[in-house]
Design a protein around this ligand. Structure first.
Ligand code: K7E
Ligand code: CUA
Length: 654
């Protein structure tokens, strides 16, 4: 039995290898690109602007990258879950608290799914959410500043993968655990998994100002909750989570979790959940988690420790959860723009299973249940089935939609995107991807209003597509024009890290609100100073605070004396500029963190611990003017047991 299983694995692996290594001769210039017309479609002339902002997750880079479409130009990498020395994120005193967790300071995570906030089911350009997969967290990026302003931890979870998908009006972002874990965490046998481990689905409330808090968690059986999407239109009020490992195995999942012919899509009625909470029918669990918030007014992040979550148990909450059987370990679960169709992407099959929301409601009404799992009714598969897309592709992962009633599904194993008709389920077109496509993205393609002009395929493997760069070759994105009947490949560009999901939105919904600088008079940083007259150096014990300003092209003060070995020196640098695009940097020799990159009107703080007596230079690390190279200074360090006078200055008195 065991040997046979291993043979199966070997066979599957071989098939994968074959599928992902083919097509080496499909070269962009001579292959599917139609020559000049593709170039014209993606050419954004110098000085012209792109039509869409695209936000791609960085996967194991932990960040988000911002591209223009259709040009594929990289505009920015937004640090989220990983430290970033370029922007001092996680290095300066202001942002360090963003990466605090109940496990301590974590400089890294794995980010998979960017999700734009929505109003009436349409992306609105206010915020971008993204999940931290490894140590369960959700981040919120403010799209006026393109900075991470909030990170909330998710307790009782392990692997925050089905996250952070939004509801129609951003009432919630949801977060399902990928791994079943003991809840609460405890020392127990791994082989006690089945029946004892749990899978928490979190509903994170998003307030009008964007602030997040965990409204409640649903303590599900310990399946693996893979992806999610909320209902929209007629299915507003529901969320659908795909699952695998309903076998509840704790070992060799590639075999053990592929045994059941069908796993489940969990349909959660969150309006019912709200009612249970409002009626007080919940348990309060001691679960601590951190909520980190960057306050633009004080320009400081702070961490707040939360102690309790409200928990709902499905077995005690009739009407809260139903299981829709779905063949072959579904990965993505995607809801079409009308909200009627729920697409299960059964990754071990050739077919897509589409459920009907209307039929689901009828089946619930008629109690057309075939089984029950841990108190959760399992709906009759045939009763909810809307149709099957017979694709002849292999390994469907994710589906997005356009504004003409079409759907686009990625097939990892056969490395292609298949376009099909919603409602008739007929396959309309197929396009190869180079190679092994994971997610795909149509701007607004998981919302009620897709802007169905482009489709971006996000590929895992790019060997032979780009100049080789050693063993590691970057992942890639491939842009297709989907305005016609046939998908047309028009651009191929490398990405930062491994993009799993992406989102895009018309540029005009964001660019008009984009902040150009911080107003000095609104800077309420506790250590800000507003003019050079206020510069000072203050000692309290071995803590020395240097209140410094930067303006083209000098620091004030730029000569500092009276610092000793063993001091903790805080450089509080305020950039006095009030113009767009004039940041200053700050770097000091021997600093064990990074530079600072201070935006106009902003204050940032670098902690430095001098190690030996001497005269140490510091300088501006961002080329800011013709006299940038002159933007420098010295700090004198005396011996630990000396008693030097604290002095600071800029310029000479004469
Ligand atoms: Cu399919 Cu993490 Cu959304 Cu990657 S996941 S592909
Ligand atoms: Cu300031 Cu260079």
């Amino acid at each position: 039995m065991k040997v046979k299983m291993l043979q199966n694995i070997a066979g599957f692996a071989l098939m994968l290898a074959l599928m992902t290594s083919c097509g080496g001769d499909q070269n962009g210039s001579s292959g599917p690109l139609g020559g000049g017309s593709a170039a014209q479609k993606t050419y954004v002339a110098p000085g012209e602007l792109d039509e869409f902002y695209a936000f791609l997750s960085g996967g194991f880079s932990g960040q988000v990258s911002v591209y223009g479409l259709p040009s594929g130009r990289l505009f920015k990498v937004i640090p989220v879950f990983s430290v970033d020395a370029e922007k001092a994120y996680g290095f300066n005193e202001e942002t360090k608290p963003m990466l605090e967790t109940s496990h301590g300071f974590l400089p890294w995570d794995d980010s998979h799914h960017p999700e734009l906030s929505q109003t009436d089911g349409v992306p609105d350009g206010r915020w971008l959410f993204i999940n931290g997969n490894n140590t369960p967290r959700i981040a919120r990026i403010d799209l006026t500043t393109f900075e991470t302003v909030e990170i909330i931890e998710l307790p009782n979870s392990g692997g925050n993968h089905s996250s952070p998908f939004t509801t129609e009006n951003t009432e919630y972002v949801v977060a399902g655990t990928r791994f079943g874990v003991p809840v609460p965490q405890q020392d127990m046998g791994i082989d006690e998994y089945a029946g004892k481990f749990k899978g928490a689905l979190s509903y994170v409330k998003v307030a009008d100002d964007g602030r997040m808090d965990i409204a409640f968690q649903i303590l599900m059986p310990g399946f693996n909750y893979d992806l999610a999407h909320s209902g929209k239109g007629l299915s507003h009020g529901w969320t659908f989570f795909s699952s695998y490992n309903t076998e509840e195995s704790n070992t060799l999942l590639e075999v053990e979790a592929s045994k059941n012919d069908k796993d489940f899509i969990a349909a959660i009625n969150w309006k019912v959940a709200e009612q249970y909470i409002a009626d007080g029918n919940y348990e309060e669990m001691n679960s601590s988690y951190l909520r980190n918030f960057y306050d633009e007014e004080t320009q400081m992040a702070t961490s707040e420790k939360m102690e309790k979550v409200k928990v709902l148990k499905p077995e005690d909450c009739p009407g809260l959860v139903y299981f829709l059987p779905c063949p072959k370990s579904p990965h993505g679960v995607d809801v079409d723009p009308t909200g009627e169709y729920i697409v299960g992407n059964g990754k071990l099959s050739a077919d897509l299973t589409v459920h009907s929301f209307t039929k689901m409601l009828a089946a619930i009404e008629q109690e057309d249940f075939v089984d029950e799992k841990y108190g959760i009714p399992v709906l009759n598969f045939d009763a909810t089935l809307a149709g099957i897309v017979k694709s002849t592709g292999l390994g469907p992962l994710h589906t997005e939609f356009d504004d003409k009633g079409n759907a686009y599904t990625t097939f990892f194993i056969t490395s292609e995107v298949i376009k099909w008709k919603v409602g008739t389920w007929e396959v309309l077109d197929r396009a190869p991807c180079y190679y092994s496509v994971g997610h795909l993205m149509v701007p607004g393609g998981d919302s009620r209003k897709p802007w169905g002009k482009y489709m971006l395929a996000l590929n895992k493997i790019t060997k032979d597509r780009y100049l080789p760069t050693g063993p590691e070759v970057n992942q890639s994105a491939q842009l297709f024009d989907i305005s016609g009947d046939k998908m047309e490949l028009i651009l191929d560009f490398p990405t930062v890290g491994e993009p799993h999901y992406a989102q895009a939105i018309p540029a005009e919904l964001i660019m008009e609100n984009s902040k150009q600088f911080y107003k000095l008079e609104e800077n309420h940083h506790p250590h800000a100073i507003k003019s050079e007259e206020d510069i000072k150096v203050v000692r309290e014990g071995n803590v020395v605070r240097i209140y410094m300003t930067s303006i083209r092209s000098h620091f004030a003060p730029d000569n500092i004396e009276g610092i000793k070995v063993g001091d903790e020196v805080y450089f509080h640098v305020t950039n006095l500029e009030q113009d767009y695009d004039v940041p200053h940097g700050f770097a000091v020799m021997g600093a064990r963190n990074s530079e600072l990159l201070i935006m106009p009107g902003q204050t940032e703080t670098l902690l430095w611990r001098p190690q030996y007596p001497g005269v140490i230079p510091f300088y501006c690390s961002d080329f800011c003017s013709a006299l940038h190279q002159e933007m420098q200074g010295y700090i004198r360090v005396s011996a630990q047991n000396s008693n030097p006078e604290l002095k600071w200055s800029v310029g000479t008195d004469e």
